[in-house]
Design a protein around this ligand. Structure first.
Ligand code: AMP
Length: 433
C-alpha cells in the first residue's frame, strides 16, 4: 500500500516523498486514517516503528483544514507532550520536515534551555508546541502560554513519561486544555497505569496495536554474553575493535557509570562520548552530533538520556548494564532495527544481574540466545538470590563468591585490540530530517 491511499494532502505527500519513504509503516497505515477522521487514538507502538510520522502527518493535515494564515500572533492549536528534550527535538524536526510545504510553525518548550528565549518565541505565536511536561508547567505558571485553543493533544512515549514521574504534571496540564479536543496517546508498552491515564484523557479511542505488546523489533538479533562484571569493559572493547564496529550505543545504569566507561573506552583507543542527564544541553547535542556523524564510535548513555534518540540505521546496541526495569530492555532494543533495518543487540550480563535477565525474559516470554564461547571463563546466570522488589540488589556491587566473577584472562589469551585506523564510517549517518 502506498501513502497516496491514506488521504494525505499533496503538500504532505511531497514532503514524505522527499524523505524517500515509499511505503507507510504498519503504525502509519493504522493510525493515520482515524486521526484524519478526527478520532482519538490509543496506539501501542514503540520507537522505531515510524510512529512520529504516524501522528505528525495527520496532525499537520488537520491543522491545515481550518488554518488562518493571516492570524497574528498565531494561536497554539496542537500540543505534543514528550518525556525528554531529545525526543522533543526529534518531534520538532519531524514537524518541520513533514510540514516543510505548509505555513505552520512549531516551537519547542524544554527544560535546560533559556526560559526567557522560549517566552519571547511564544509571544510571537506558533501553531504547534512540542514540550516536556515540567517546563510547560513553568510557562503555564508564569502565564506565558495559553492552551485554551488546543485542538489536538499528543502524548508521545506516555509510558516513559509515567516512568519519569510526570503524571502529576500531565494531570495538571489537562486542566488547562479545552474539553473538546482530539487526543492521541502513543506508548511502547501498555501497563495498567497507561490504560488508566488513557481512560481519563481519551474519548472512545480507536485502539491501534502494532508491535505485539512487549515484543522487541523482529529484525534485531539479540544475544546474551554471560560475563564477570570485572571483564565487561575488556569484552566490550574487544567486540568493538575486533568487529570494527563503527557505531554502537552502549547502555549503562548510572551517570557516573557512563562517565567512567567513556574514559575507559577512550583509554582502549575507542572514540567514545557519553550522554546523561547531568550534561548540559549543549554537551548532549554535541555528543549526539559526533555520534551521528561518525566522529565517535561508541555513545555511552543512560536510559533516560537515550530515550527517543533517533539515529537512522543504528547497527549495534550493547546493554553494558541490564536495566532495572524490564520494559526498558524493549525501549533500548528499539534503538536498532528501526523502520525495517536490521541490527544487533548484545547484553553483557554478570551473575549479579541474573535476576534482571530473568525478569526481561519473563516479560518477553522467550529466552534470549546465549553466546556460549565468550572467550572468558563461563559464569552461571542462574538466579540464586534475587533482591526483593524495591530493595537494593543484595549482592550488587559486592563480589558474589558463589559465582566465578573474579577477573579472568580471556581463554584465547587475546588482548584488547585497538580499533582499525581507518575507523571512519563508510557511510555518513544522516541526521534525521
Ligand atoms: P520513529 O518511530 O517515529 O522514531 O521513526 C523511526 C524512523 O523511521 C525515523 O528515522 C523515520 O525517519 C523513519 N520512517 C518513518 N516513516 C517511514 C517510512 N514510511 N518509511 C521509511 N522510514 C520511515
Amino acid at each position: 500500500m502506498s501513502f497516496d491511499s491514506l488521504g494525505l494532502s499533496d503538500a504532505l505527500l511531497k514532503a514524505v516523498s522527499d524523505q524517500g519513504y515509499t511505503t507507510p509503516t504498519p503504525i502509519q497505515l493504522k493510525a493515520i486514517p482515524p486521526i484524519l477522521a478526527g478520532k482519538d487514538v490509543l496506539a501501542g507502538a514503540q520507537t522505531g516503528t515510524g510512529k512520529t510520522a504516524g501522528f505528525s502527518l495527520p496532525l499537520l493535515q488537520r491543522l491545515m483544514e481550518n488554518v488562518d494564515i493571516k492570524l497574528k500572533p498565531r494561536k497554539i492549536r496542537a500540543l505534543v507532550l514528550v518525556p525528554t528534550r531529545e525526543l522533543a527535538a526529534q518531534v520538532y524536526e519531524s514537524m518541520a520536515t513533514y510540514g516543510k510545504y505548509l505555513p505552520l510553525q512549531t516551537q519547542v518548550i524544554i527544560g535546560g534551555a533559556s526560559i526567557n528565549t522560549q517566552t519571547r518565541l511564544l509571544r510571537h505565536g506558533c501553531d504547534i508546541v512540542v514540550a516536556t511536561p515540567g517546563r510547560l508547567m513553568d510557562h503555564i505558571g508564569q502565564k506565558n502560554i495559553s492552551l485554551s485553543n488546543i485542538e489536538i493533544l499528543v502524548l508521545d512515549e506516555a509510558d516513559r513519561m509515567l516512568d519519569m514521574g510526570f503524571l502529576p504534571e500531565i494531570r495538571r496540564i489537562m486542566a488547562y486544555l479545552p474539553k473538546n479536543r482530539q487526543s492521541l496517546l502513543f506508548s511502547a508498552t501498555m501497563p495498567g497505569a497507561i490504560k488508566t491515564l488513557a481512560a481519563t484523557i481519551l474519548k472512545l479511542p480507536v485502539e491501534v496495536e502494532i508491535a505485539k505488546q512487549n515484543a522487541t523489533a523482529d529484525l534485531v538479533s539479540e544475544c546474551v554474553y554471560g560475563i564477570a562484571k570485572d571483564n565487561k569493559r575488556e569484552l566490550l572493547s574487544y567486540l568493538i575493535g575486533s568487529n570494527n564496529w563503527q557505531q554502537v550505543l552502549v547502555f549503562v545504569r548510572t551517570k557516573h557509570g557512563a562517565d567512567r566507561l567513556e574514559k575507559q573506552l577512550v583509554k582502549d583507543g575507542i572514540r567514545a562520548a557519553s550522554l546523561h542527564g547531568d550534561k548540559t544541553q549543549g554537551a548532549r547535542t554535541k555528543a549526539l552530533d559526533y555520534f551521528k556523524t561518525g566522529k565517535v564510535t561508541a555513545l555511552v548513555a543512560t536510559d533516560i538520556a537515550a530515550r527517543g534518540l533517533d539515529i537512522e540505521e543504528l547497527p549495534h546496541v550493547v546493554n553494558y548494564d541490564l536495566p532495572q526495569v524490564a520494559e526498558d530492555y524493549i525501549h533500548r532494543i528499539g534503538r536498532t532495527g528501526r523502520a525495517g533495518a536490521s541490527g544487533s543487540a548484545l547484553s553483557l550480563v554478570c551473575p549479579e544481574e541474573a535476576y534482571l535477565l530473568e525478569a526481561i525474559e519473563k516479560l518477553l516470554k522467550r529466552q534470549i540466545p546465549r553466546v556460549s564461547d565468550t572467550g572468558y571463563e563461563p559464569v552461571s546466570l542462574k538466579v540464586i538470590d534475587a533482591p526483593k522488589k524495591n530493595a537494593p540488589a543484595k549482592n550488587s556491587g559486592k563480589k558474589d563468591f558463589r559465582h566465578n566473577d573474579k577477573k579472568t584472562t580471556p581463554r584465547s589469551g587475546r588482548s584488547v585490540p585497538k580499533p582499525a585506523n581507518n575507523n571512519k564510517p563508510k557511510k555518513r549517518i544522516p541526521a534525521r530530517g
